[in-house]
Write a protein that binds this ligand. Structure first.
Ligand SMILES: [Fe+2]
Length: 315
């Protein structure tokens, strides 16, 4: 890969002004790195550590046991090419977690992506995590929010992102609190009527999308897609998440009625410090969900998904 390659191809002053404040798209040149072709992805899937790889599926609406349910799959001993074919065929999506950090050739590109943003915006470069999402034409990511700042760098295929306002109606404190104290389940309560107030973005290859911290959103694919998601904590997101840990504990252990929105700056700060202490001491309210494996990848099945006797993920 050439070292002079510019990842942010058309960034201007408006982008700098709107970054992290508005829903905003910008152009990028990730496809030109050659790291996201079928061949490159197959190589990547075969060398990526298994504890950082997720192969998931959404049960179809009339599956007897898992209707419209997010499912975890077993991919051990399945060749990279078969995993990629599975994502192209049906309901499978693959998250190559931290691929952009773990492998030097990808890390090089991640440094350029964030180095570029830091340079353009004058903000300090945070240490981002970068994952590669390989997802099927009918993949959907349900309504949720992210606890950190996220950029979605779309590379191949077509994706619709629907984004919602950050008010209590769309993201109630209680849902936020349960998300910061629960490791797996991030879903927010969703109602179809929310869509009348949503912003729709149809992403094309070579476009990236960012939004204001915690904006709820959902994603619908309309083709096989390859994207990179990068996420990074800021002082703001770190403080809010810690304060929410305190609120979750006050609400669930002491039955108190708490509201992040109504807390002033000083109260938030105290709660944030307290939240970090609670977390360190391991006494914060915690909900534990087991990650159960319910299917394996099998190229003999047209959808590549074959049910297995459920077991707790151990790889
Ligand atoms: Fe997200």
């Amino acid at each position: 890969m050439e070292t002079t390659l510019s990842i942010l191809t058309e960034w201007d002053e408006t982008h700098t002004q709107n970054f992290q404040k508005e829903i905003m798209t910008f152009k990028h040149g990730l496809a030109e790195t050659g790291l996201f072709t079928d061949e490159a992805l197959i190589t990547l899937l075969e060398k990526h550590p298994s504890h950082l790889l997720d192969v998931n599926s959404m049960g179809d609406a009339d599956h007897p046991e898992y209707p419209n349910k997010f499912r975890t799959g077993d991919f051990r001993d399945i060749p990279g090419k078969v995993l990629l074919d599975a994502a192209k065929a049906g309901r499978v999506f693959i998250n190559v977690r931290r691929a952009m950090n773990v492998h030097p050739e990808y890390k090089d590109v991640l440094d350029k992506m964030y180095g570029g943003i830091a340079e353009k915006t004058g903000k300090k470069a945070y240490t981002p995590n970068g994952s590669i999402l390989i997802s099927s034409p009918i993949s959907q990511t349900p309504y949720h929010f992210d606890k950190t700042e996220v950029i979605l760098w779309h590379i191949r295929g077509a994706k619709r992102i629907v984004l919602y306002p950050r008010t209590q109606k769309f993201i109630p404190d209680q849902a936020y609190e349960s998300a910061v104290t629960n490791l797996i389940d991030d879903d927010l309560p969703y109602d179809k009527s929310f869509d009348t107030e949503a912003t729709i973005v149809d992403l094309e290859p070579g476009q990236a999308l960012t939004w204001p911290l915690n904006s709820p959103h959902r994603v619908d694919n309309s083709a096989f897609c390859v994207s990179v998601t990068t996420e990074y904590s800021t002082r703001e997101s770190g403080m809010k998440n810690a304060a929410m840990v305190t609120n979750a504990t006050l609400r669930n252990k002491f039955g108190m009625d708490v509201s992040y929105e109504k807390d002033g700056k000083a109260k938030r700060q105290v709660k944030s410090v307290f939240g970090r202490v609670l977390k360190k001491a391991g006494i914060a309210h915690k909900t534990v969900t087991k990650d159960m494996v319910t299917f394996t990848i099998d190229p003999k099945d047209p959808g590549f998904v074959v049910d297995v006797e459920p077991f707790e993920r151990n790889f």
